[in-house]
Design a protein around this ligand. Structure first.
Ligand code: SAM
Length: 237
């Protein structure tokens, strides 16, 4: 394991060249365990719980899989797409406009530096994007921004790579993840994904994520899915 993590500019270049991998809304990002299931849980739960939602912010929207799936169920949504990568935003825009969905704003920025509007969104989604934040202070700031940007009783939906508090459990879970990737494709793919995690990702523990959300003021914080090194949560303002 190396300690070196790529810079935000290197991360942006990496995603600029990887748009197709995030453009299949049926499978989602297959390198994430249960990506397809989480897409389905988010679209179903959000549509059932917030049928009258007006505005959704998708942080690290990539090519728009989550926005597409959720907006098909709630076509009245006005979307704000935020991502580091312009080619990702362009692809998301094309796919959403092809179905005549309403994009209110497109923001190309590093979420760690973003100043989100006050009390604007009914729903904020961040799927497989926050594990790129480098420091715990960044996580706290971003959760604070998300909280502020939600309307009262609005909700935050997050799905991401996580790590475990217990080092042995983390090692064992990584072994299971290696097996998953190997079965998905082959050993060189597994090595490629592990090297990418080493270089690019700084996942957090569920304990840290939940306690930080609670400190900020979120309530009804629930783990809605957890499998191996991936978890999905929802929290209410
Ligand atoms: C793994 S992809 C996931 C895309 C999409 N949410 C999905 O699940 O299909 C991560 C996305 O987050 C974006 N991203 C990574 N770090 C970011 C940051 N600091 N600020 C904004 N976007 C970021 C990347 O450009 C990329 O499009």
């Amino acid at each position: 394991m190396s300690d070196y993590k790529i810079s935000i500019d290197e991360l942006r270049c990496q995603f600029d060249m990887d748009v197709e991998r995030f453009s299949n809304e049926q499978t989602g990002q297959t390198s994430a365990v249960d990506a397809q299931l989480v897409l389905s849980i988010f679209e179903t739960f959000i549509a059932k719980m917030y049928p009258d939602a007006q505005r959704l912010l998708d942080i690290g929207c990539g090519a728009g899989n989550f926005s597409l799936r959720i907006t098909r169920k709630l076509p009245q949504l006005k979307l704000t797409l935020l991502d580091l990568s312009q080619p990702m935003l362009q692809k998301a825009k094309e796919r959403l406009l092809a179905e005549n969905f309403n994009i209110e704003e497109i923001i190309q920025t590093d979420i760690a530096k973003a100043k989100l509007p006050d009390a604007k969104f009914d729903i904020v989604v961040a799927a497989a994007s926050l594990h790129h934040l480098r420091t715990r202070q960044d996580w706290k700031n971003v959760f604070g921004q998300i909280y502020r940007s939600l309307i009262p009783h609005g909700s935050f939906w997050m799905s991401d790579l996580i790590r475990h508090e217990n080092e042995t459990i983390e090692i064992l879970q990584k072994e299971r993840y290696a097996e998953y990737l190997h079965n998905l494709k082959d050993q060189s793919y597994q090595k490629q994904i592990f090297e990418s995690i080493d270089r690019s990702d700084t996942p957090e523990t569920l304990q840290f994520i939940i306690s930080t959300l609670a400190d900020i003021g979120f309530v009804q914080i629930d783990i809605i899915h957890k499998n191996n090194v991936f978890a999905a949560l929802a929290a209410v303002k």
